[in-house]
Design a protein around this ligand. Structure first.
Ligand SMILES: Nc1ncnc2c1ncn2[C@@H]1O[C@H](COP(=O)(O)OP(=O)(O)OP(=O)(O)O)[C@@H](O)[C@H]1O
Ligand SMILES: [Mg+2]
Length: 366
């Protein structure tokens, strides 16, 4: 186990900075996800930290030691990549043992450790299976066992679930979280899937165009996105224009063009009364309420239904508040009443809203 720090890490391909002055400080024992859209530099950052790519500038410290120029095989790290990289000519047992034999572990210790790792990834009983006798998810678990067997300081996972089908992905996602809980090994995982990052990780680094644009716990990123990019990348968000009318422990906002006032459990540093803001309302957090529940509900707006579609357990509603579209993912018992309500007026409790300063410097657009 070890913590990881980078200082002004830069990696260029020609003139293009794939990793652009990245500073991270990753706690020992944490599970950190590097999250971001395709091409934002996640793999390049992971590979720099792991020593598989040499950075052009900056420093990498693992466990307090400067490893910027140390080759990867001398860094005591474990790797799991996108495609299951189990050695196909070896059995499950031999695959895991290989990592220990490489490091010259004594034979009796190898056997105990291999079996311990196979129990951890729930493959005990399958140790004599060959690669072709395993599912994709099982093969990926062999690779995780092999990576963890030598007790690495850090485990690196680059999109470990992306080659698996949806059901296996869901299962292995929870298993990876469980394995992390049991081993406590500092883990760094790359993913472009926000749901995956929020489910497994306790710390998320959100990346955009080579930079870390927000860092925090899954709840922090979900509740308090700091840019439109962040608000839009995580979950389904609505963006309404508002103006700040009051600041104390909360911030009150009037929706532009309406008399509706909303309250956010948040104060934007340096943003005064009268400033224009984006009001972000999560599609999943919006509740449809009866007209007589208005006084008891938080952040109520009146909206006009334009379309309501049943998709599985959720009714997806496209509605309108003034000039702004509002997307609602309605669960709960009232959702079916929304079907066939096109053109009707409904009351929505927006629940927890968050705010982002509008205008100069808002930067990244959804
Ligand atoms: N060896 C290379 N030579 C030139 N450009 C590269 C090289 N590797 C990556 N890039 C570019 O650097 C940028 C970041 O690539 P990277 O693979 O780190 O993205 P990513 O966030 O992992 O994307 P994905 O989610 O698609 O895997 C991309 O624009 C990519 O085209
Ligand atoms: Mg990648």
């Amino acid at each position: 186990m070890a913590n990881i720090r980078t200082e002004n890490l830069v990696k260029r391909f020609g003139d293009f900075a794939a990793v652009d002055h990245v500073n991270v400080d990753i706690r020992e024992g944490s599970f950190t996800a590097i999250l971001g859209p395709s091409g934002c530099g996640k793999t390049t950052l992971l590979r720099c930290i792991a020593g598989l790519i040499e950075p052009d500038a900056g420093q990498i410290l693992i466990g307090g030691k400067d490893v910027t120029r140390v080759p990867p095989f001398k860094r005591n790290l474990g790797f799991v990549f996108q495609r299951p990289a189990m050695f196909p000519h070896m059995t499950v047992y031999e695959n895991v043992a290989w990592a220990l034999e490489l490091r010259k572990w004594p034979k009796p210790k190898v056997k105990d450790r291999v079996m311990e790792m196979l129990r951890l990834v729930r493959l005990d009983g399958l140790e004599h299976r060959a690669y072709r006798q395993l599912s994709g998810g099982q093969a990926q678990r062999v690779v995780i066992a092999r990576a963890l067997a030598p007790q690495p300081d850090v485990l690196f996972l680059d999109e470990p679930l992306s080659q698996l089908d949806a059901k296996l992905r869901d299962e292995l996602k929870l298993e990876i979280a469980e394995i992390h809980r049991k081993t406590g090994c500092t883990t760094l995982m790359v993913t472009h899937d926000q749901a995956e990052a929020l489910t497994i990780a306790d710390n998320v680094l959100l990346m955009h165009q080579g930079k870390i644009v927000q860092e925090g716990s899954p709840v922090e990123l979900y509740r308090y996105p700091n840019t439109l990019f962040s608000a839009d990348f995580i979950g389904t968000n609505n963006f309404l224009q508002g103006t700040i009318t009051g600041i104390n422990r909360n911030t009150t906002v009037r929706l532009d063009g309406t008399a509706t006032t909303l309250s956010a459990e948040q104060v934007l540093p340096g943003v005064p009364i009268g400033a224009p803001v984006w009001v972000c309302a999560r599609a999943d957090d919006i509740d449809i309420i009866d007209a007589d529940q208005q006084a008891k509900s938080t952040n109520v707006v009146e909206a006009t239904v334009e379309q309501a579609l049943l998709t599985g357990g959720t009714v997806i509603v496209q509605a309108r508040v003034g000039k702004t579209e509002l997307r609602i993912h309605a669960g709960g018992s009232k959702r079916f009443q929304l079907l066939g309500q096109e053109g009707k007026s409904i009351f929505c409790s927006l629940g927890n809203i968050s705010l982002i300063a509008r205008g100069a410097g808002e930067g990244l657009h959804p």
